[in-house]
Each structure stands twice: as structure tokens, then as C-alpha cells.
Design a protein around this ligand. Sequence first.
Ligand code: C2E
Ligand code: CA
Ligand code: CA
Ligand code: CA
Length: 276
Amino acid sequence: AKSEGKNRYVVHSSELLNVMMDEYMLEVDLRRALDNDEFVLHYQPQINNNTGKLVGFEALIRWQHPTLGLIPPGKFIKLAEENGLITQIGEWVINEACSQNKKWQDAGMTPVKMSVNLSTQQFLTRDLLAFMEDMLERTAIDPAYVVVEITEYMAMEYEYSIQVLEQLKALGIGISIDDFGTGYSSLNYLKNFPIDYIKIDKSFVSEIMNNEKDAIIVNAIITLAHNLRKEVIAEGVETQEQLDFLKSHHCDISQGYYFSKPLPADEIEKIYLEQH
Ligand code: C2E
Ligand code: CA
Ligand code: CA
Ligand code: CA
């Protein structure tokens, strides 16, 4: 069996080696990306469904690779999680997003919230709170305009997660459950975690007009959230019909290509600073 395994390896070795080399090179590049200032944030507007007004942005990372071009997070976040770089990258994201928001407020933009995605590791890092406190002081951003988006990994260290969230809340930071309804997100969170927002995953939103089950689930999530005094954000809103459905079911906030794709800071400024 051992020699068979070895043969199989030989047969695929060049292909496997290529993949390994590509991954290895990407990892080498990723380690340099922070120092070389290659990450950028794009900001996606979040719109209040009642007023039609901008109420927030979600910061989404991209990697401006020197030779490969703009790489989406789906291609490197997992790698960064595996090699531990995610904590540093995540700290960069929070700093950048919050100082950008402060700059916009200082330039006269109507103050809005800035949401950042927290990865598992970053959330479970013992210095997250100290980092956040320090960040608030450094950027001078009002914590009322900071929101962290977290996912199902809270289940991994239940008691610890509740503690961390309570402390984040005590700092004045908002908390949002991302990708709600997928993965391991459970109703327990709604009961025990100090959550302000529920984000309905785009996999539900994209089907609300074609699939009755998705429509029923979305409707139920909204009702449940509201009864628990939480606000609902719909992700991945692409059409007028989807928006109409969400509005008629009293979803609070929408985010998606229907309004805008995520945009670099200068394009956000063209739209929202000139309006002022
Ligand atoms: P997510 O947090 O669920 O973010 C929503 C994703 O849906 C984003 O993809 C966004 O560009 C995309 N999107 C927004 N509106 C629409 C729409 O109307 N239709 C469709 N089809 N897609 C839409 P993106 O930017 O590629 O990010 C993918 C994932 O990468 C994010 O999913 C998030 O989990 C992760 N991510 C992004 N930035 C960060 C970050 O700074 N830190 C961490 N830890 N993860 C990040
Ligand atoms: Ca998110
Ligand atoms: Ca996510
Ligand atoms: Ca999602």
C-alpha cells in the first residue's frame, strides 16, 4: 500500500507541485503585502429602507498585488487565517476603515456607521479589546459609528464570546451577526449575545422572488429580529423587486449592487461628499 501511495504521488507530482508553489508564492507575497501597503478597502453603502438615506458602509478588503492585479478577499483571507497573518491584516482593516470614517466626518459628510468584518482568530485574540480601545483613542472616532460583523465562530468559545461582546458593547461599539441563517448561526445567539443587527445572507435575498421558502425564511427572520429589538440588514440586494419585498416586510437596511457595489474611498467621496 505504501508503494502504491508513492506511485500515485509521482503521477500527480508536477501538478501538485505547481499548486503548492502557487500557494507558497502567494503566501510569501502575502507576508510582504502589509509592509508594502498593498491592501485597500472598498466601501459598500448601506441604505435605510424607510428614508432612502445612507446610514453606513461595510469595509471590504482587496489586495492590490504588484503583478496579479486586484485580488478579492475570497482568494486570500483563508490563507491569511491559516498562516496567522489575519490578525495583523484585520487590525489594519479596522484602523484604516475607522480613520477613513473619521476623515469623512471631519470633511463634513453626514456621520454614518462603519462595519468591519472580524475573522475567527481576530475575535478570539486576547488583545482584541485592548486593540479596540487603543484604536478608538488613536482615530478619535466616536464608537457609536463603529460596528463589528461576526459569524458562527462564536459557537467555538461560547462563554468567552459573550464576555468579549459585552465588553465591546461597553465600549460603545455595535455588533452585527453576519451571514445570518447560514453555517452554525443559531437562535441561541439571539437569546444570549448582545447583538444590535442581524445581516440576512445574500443567498436568501437573491432567491426571495423565485423561491417561496426563502421568502418565508426572510420574513420570519425579520419578525423574529424585530420582536427581539434588533435591526435587520439585507445583504446582496440587486433588484427593485427584492427591495420592494424587503421594504414591505419592514426590513430596516439594505446593502447590495442595486444601490452600489463596494467602491474605493475616492469614489465614495465623489458621491457622498459632493452631495453635501
Ligand atoms: P461578506 O461579509 O458576506 O460580504 C458580502 C460580500 O458580498 C462582499 O464580497 C460583497 O462585495 C458582496 N456583495 C455585496 N453586494 C452584493 C450583491 O448585490 N450581489 C452579490 N452577488 N454580491 C454582493 P467580497 O468583498 O468579495 O467579500 C467576500 C467575503 O470576504 C466577505 O463576505 C467576508 O466574509 C470576507 N471579507 C471581506 N473583507 C474582509 C475583511 O476585512 N476581514 C475579514 N476577516 N473578512 C473579510
Ligand atoms: Ca460582512
Ligand atoms: Ca462573512
Ligand atoms: Ca454574506
